[in-house]
Design a protein around this ligand. Structure first.
Ligand code: PNS
Length: 159
């Protein structure tokens, strides 16, 4: 039996924290679908196609699929045959939102389990929004993102 996991998010842009979680997930799923949300509440820096393309350049593995999704995550998970949702927990501040989301998703799809992974210690402070902010002011993000993402940030922000 193939165990399929879905790793959803905005990925605006993908960071080394996301990459770390993707690789940790492969310890317990046979296939991981990285699901990029079409509708993110905030205005994203990167377009949907750009966010998908950057993940594809960053996470190259035959068992990783990158897909955009619209609508409810549980419906998308069902459509790709996923039984597990993977989310990262970095700090206590993440907990409340993640807990609510996991319980709502369980209400909608009782058989779909949410699994929380803790990233590598030196990446726990990292977020896409911090990366965008540092890059916007010309800071060095080379330790925080893949070189392809660094280049995309430079192009996008003209830095
Ligand atoms: O990286 P993010 O922005 O924290 O990801 C949030 C995301 C995209 C996983 C979440 O907003 C989501 O699942 N959106 C899809 C709509 C949905 O299913 N909402 C109900 C879940 S509570």
């Amino acid at each position: 039996m193939t165990r399929v996991g879905v790793y959803p998010g905005s990925f605006d842009p993908i960071t080394k924290g996301h990459e770390d979680l993707i690789h940790r997930s492969l310890a317990f799923v046979d296939k991981l679908v990285v699901a990029v949300a079409v509708n993110v509440s905030k205005q994203p820096l990167f377009t949907l196609d750009e966010r998908v393309a950057l993940i594809k350049q960053t996470a190259r593995d035959t068992v990783i699929d990158v897909r955009a999704f619209d609508g409810l995550l549980v419906d998308f998970a069902r459509s790709v045959g996923a039984t597990v949702i993977v989310r990262g927990l970095r700090a206590v501040s993440d907990f409340e939102y993640e807990f609510q989301m996991a319980l709502m998703n369980r209400t909608l799809a009782p058989k779909l389990e949410t699994v929380f992974l803790v990233p590598a210690f030196d990446l726990t402070y990292l977020s896409s929004s911090l990366v965008r902010e540092v890059a916007r002011f010309g800071g060095d993000v080379s330790a925080l993102v893949h070189p392809a993402v660094q280049q995309a940030l430079r192009q996008k922000l003209g830095k």
